[in-house]
Ligand binder design. Structure first.
Ligand SMILES: [Zn+2]
Length: 213
């Protein structure tokens, strides 16, 4: 479970607390909200605001025993896609923390104004992209392709997708995995595949289960 305290009107910050399965409480941290206008596909304004957080402010967390947490780099040349909707950020880091401790790399979500840049559906800080997880952490050094037999970590990617699903992302874009001697397969909850997604996993279908407390 993930607790995400939102105090927009009074103080304008988000606070993230993760409760792990052993009852440990992890104070991930606090960060200021950035107010951006709400958009639709094509980045047109639709009225109202979204409350974004800058991922770079909370890009890593490690529990004292080293067993829970994440290090998450966002990088895309000539793009600044560091911004996520406050609760979507909780969903992503909740999924990461539920898998223990790990390294993640992605090309990001939205820009500071909540726009999709370099991809059409990444508006309002909800949809985003990640490198696939590689065997022995090799995704830290560069993209891992679904087609790369010696680099793509099927089990780790299945776990990551299932964890993201549990925390609110219900649909993914990916590529079909073809291997000699075994039937073609796709990661769970994948709703579209194409060659553009051989080098990254696209997160969408965000429908979180949020309780106001
Ligand atoms: Zn994408």
């Amino acid at each position: 479970m993930f607790e995400f305290a939102e105090n927009k009107s009074a103080t304008g910050y988000a606070e993230y607390i993760y409760y792990d399965k052993n009852g440990q409480v992890h104070n991930i941290g606090k960060t200021a909200f950035i107010v951006a206008p709400k958009r639709q596909s094509g980045n047109a304004l639709v009225g109202g605001n979204v409350y974004l957080v800058d991922q770079r402010q909370l890009k890593s967390y490690k529990s004292r025993d080293g067993k829970v947490g994440y290090e998450w780099d966002i990088y895309l040349e000539n793009r600044e896609r560091y911004y996520l909707k406050g609760d979507a950020f909780a969903a992503v880091i909740g999924a990461m923390c539920s898998l223990g401790y790990g390294y993640y790399h992605g090309s990001g979500f939205s820009d500071k104004a909540g726009r999709s840049v370099g991809s059409s559906s990444h508006y309002n800080g909800i949809n985003g992209d990640f490198r696939y997880l590689g065997l022995n952490g090799c995704h830290k050094g560069g993209p891992v392709l679904v087609s790369q037999v010696s680099r793509f970590d099927w089990d780790a990617n299945v776990k990551f997708v299932n964890a993201l699903y549990l925390f609110g992302y219900k649909s993914f874009g990916s590529q079909v995995m073809k291997r000699k001697g075994v039937p073609d397969r796709e990661l769970p909850h994948v709703t579209f595949t194409n060659s553009d997604h051989d080098n990254h996993l696209h997160l969408q279908g965000y429908q979180p289960n949020i309780q106001d407390i």
